[in-house]
Write a protein that binds this ligand. Structure first.
Ligand code: PEP
Ligand code: MN
Length: 492
C-alpha cells in the first residue's frame, strides 16, 4: 500500500487522528497562549541542531556513543540550581567513564529543558480525597505533566498557561546549563572528586578505584601534553557539548515552536556562527542549512511508544522537521511497520536523522530486537540503534505496590543483550537511553527508586527517598554503575 504523502506544514498534523490528546476547556485561552508562544524566540539554533544530527551520523557509523538520560518527567519546581547541577554533573561523569573505557567520543543528550508532558495509560485515576464523610475514593484526571496540569489532585484541569510555564522553565534551565558550561563546570582538568563509600562490595570498590586512577593519569598526561590547564582556546578538554531532548507529545506547543529557516537567514552563503554552549567557531564540516523547518524548542525530540501510529498526528508532525528524532519501539511494533515509519519520517535517508529507541524489557529483547534489526538491515536506512533499558522493565514494589520500581539487574541485562544481539547481527548498539537523576535529599542521600546496583538497594529501602512523580530513576550511584559496566562491555 503506497501513498503519495500530502503537503506538510507545521500544522498538518491537525488533520490526523491524535493519541494522548489534551482537552482544554477554554479554546480562546489556548489560542492566546499559542500566539504568544509563536512570537517567543527559539531556545536552540538550527546550527546546533544540525551539529547534533551530524554527530549522530557518527554514532550510526560506530564512531561515537550516544548517552541520553534524565528525568522521566521534569517538574517546574525542580528548575533550581542544585538539582540542575546534580543532573548535569552526573551525565558528565558518566560520559567520562564511558569515553575512558570505550575510547569512543560520547554524544550527550539530556532529557531536560522541556521534558514535561507525559503520556498516560489511563486518562483518569482513583485517589483518596477528603470528603464530607471522611476520606473517599474519587476518580480524577491523571497527572499529564507540569505543562498540562498539576500533580496535586485538586489541580488536574488542563491549563493553557502551563504551556507558557513550560517555555519559560525550559529557557531558565537551558540558560543555566549554558552558563555552567561556559563557566568551566565541565572542565575535565579540575580534580575528580570521586567517592565510592556507597559501594558495598570490596571487589567492585577496587575495580572502580582502578578505573578512576587510570582516568586521572590520562587527564594528567593530557594536561602536560596540551601545555597546561589554562590553555587559551575553549573547546578540547575544557568543556563539552550538551544537547537537550524531550518527547514531543503536545503538538500545539511543538507547532508553535517550529520555525522555518530559509537560506536567506545565513548571510553571504556561510553557515551561521555557532551558538553552541561551548564552541565559538563554526564547524567547517557542516553545510549551511537550507530552507527547512526546525523545532527550536529542543535539539532532539522523540515519538513515544503510545503515539507512533503510522497514520497518526505525531508521525505526521515528525516527518516535516529537520531535527534528529527518536522513535520508541517496543514489542508491539511489527517489523514491517517499523520500516514504513522510517520511510515516512526519513524519505531522504539522511544519516543521523533517526534513532530507534528500543524498549523491550530484559525478558523480551531476545524475542523482538532481532526481527527489527533484520527488517531495517534489508532497507537502505541507516539508523542509530539505542537501548532504552527502563520502560520495558517497570514493576511494582513488593513492599508497597503503589510504588513503581525497576531492577538494576534487568536494566543491565537489557543493555548487555542488546550489545550482543547487535554484534551477532553485524550492527551496532549506538547508545543508551536512561531515566536517572543525581538529585539528593536534604541530608545528601540519593533517591531510592530502583532496586540493586553496587549500593545494593532492596525493595524495602524504596520508600526511604522515593521522589519521582512519574517513572523510577537510577540514582547517582546506580547511574555510575551503569557507566562502568557499559565502559567494560564496549571495550571489546
Ligand atoms: C518515557 O520515555 O518516559 C516514556 C513514556 O516512554 P515510552 O513512550 O517508551 O513508554
Ligand atoms: Mn518514563
Amino acid at each position: 500500500m503506497s501513498q503519495t504523502p500530502s503537503a506538510w506544514s507545521p500544522s498538518s498534523w491537525r488533520e490526523k487522528p491524535i493519541a494522548q490528546d489534551v482537552t482544554y476547556g477554554d479554546k480562546a485561552h489556548l489560542d492566546r497562549v499559542l500566539s504568544k508562544l509563536r512570537r517567543l524566540p527559539p531556545l536552540v539554533s538550527p546550527t546546533e541542531i544540525d551539529r547534533l544530527r551530524s554527530q549522530l551520523a557518527d554514532v550510526a557509523a560506530g564512531k561515537a556513543f550516544l548517552l541520553q538520560g534524565g528525568d522521566c518527567a521534569e517538574l517546574f519546581d525542580d528548575c533550581s540550581s542544585g538539582p540542575l547541577e546534580h543532573k548535569l554533573s552526573l551525565v558528565l561523569l558518566m560520559s567520562l567513564i564511558i569515553i575512558h573505557g570505550s575510547r569512543l567520543p560520547v554524544v550527550r543528550i539530556m532529557r531536560i529543558a522541556g521534558q514535561y508532558a507525559k503520556p498516560r495509560s489511563k486518562p483518569t485515576e482513583m485517589v483518596d480525597m477528603p470528603g464530607p464523610n471522611g476520606v473517599e475514593k474519587k476518580e480524577i484526571l491523571s497527572f499529564r505533566g507540569d505543562n498540562v496540569n498539576g500533580y496535586d489532585p485538586t489541580d488536574r484541569q488542563p491549563d493553557p498557561d502551563r504551556l507558557l510555564g513550560a517555555y519559560f522553565h525550559s529557557t531558565a534551565t537551558l540558560n543555566y546549563i549554558r552558563t555552567l558550561l561556559l563557566s568551566g563546570f565541565a572542565d575535565l582538568h579540575k580534580p575528580l572528586d570521586w567517592s565510592f563509600s556507597h559501594v558495598r562490595s570490596p571487589e567492585i570498590q577496587q575495580a572502580f578505584g582502578a578505573v578512576i586512577d587510570s582516568l586521572k593519569d590520562s587527564l594528567d598526561f593530557m594536561r602536560v601534553a596540551t601545555g597546561g590547564a589554562g590553555g587559551n582556546e575553549r573547546g578540547g578538554m575544557e568543556t563539552v557539548d550538551i544537547y537537550t531532548s524531550h518527547e514531543a507529545l503536545l503538538l500545539e506547543y511543538e507547532e508553535a515552536l517550529t520555525r522555518r529557516q530559509g537560506p536567506s537567514v545565513t548571510r553571504s552563503g556561510q553557515s551561521t556562527p555557532s551558538a553552541s554552549p561551548i564552541r565559538s567557531r563554526p564547524d567547517p564540516n557542516l553545510q549551511a542549512h537550507g530552507d527547512k523547518y526546525y523545532n527550536v524548542s529542543s535539539h532532539f525530540v522523540w515519538i513515544g511508544d503510545r503515539t507512533r501510529q503510522l497514520d497518526g498526528a505525531h508521525v505526521e508532525y515528525f516527518r516535516g522537521i529537520a531535527n534528529p528524532i527518536g522513535i520508541k519501539v517496543g514489542p508491539t511494533m511489527e517489523p514491517a511497520e517499523l520500516v514504513r515509519v522510517l520511510d515516512v519520517v526519513n524519505p531522504d535517508r539522511i544519516a543521523g536523522k533517526v534513532t530507534i529507541i528500543g524498549r523491550y524489557g530484559a525478558g523480551k529483547v531476545d524475542q523482538y530486537l532481532p526481527a527489527h534489526i533484520d527488517a531495517v538491515k534489508a532497507t537502505d536506512h541507516v539508523v542509530v540503534w539505542q537501548c532504552d533499558a527502563m520502560h520495558g522493565n517497570t514493576k511494582s514494589s513488593i513492599t508497597d505496590p503503589s510504588l513503581k520500581t525497576r531492577h538494576f539487574a534487568d536494566i543491565i541485562q537489557e543493555i548487555v543483550r542488546s550489545i550482543e544481539i547487535h554484534r551477532e547481527k553485524g550492527t551496532i548498539l549506538g547508545g543508551v537511553h536512561l531515566e536517572l537523576t543525581g538529585e539528593v535529599n536534604e541530608d545528601g542521600f540519593s533517591v531510592t527508586e530502583c532496586i540493586g546496583g553496587s549500593m545494593e538497594l532492596e525493595d524495602k529501602d524504596l520508600s526511604f527517598n522515593y521522589r519521582t512523580h512519574c517513572d523510577p530513576r537510577l540514582n547517582y550511584e546506580q547511574s555510575l554503575d551503569v557507566a562502568f559496566l557499559l565502559a567494560d562491555h564496549l571495550k571489546s
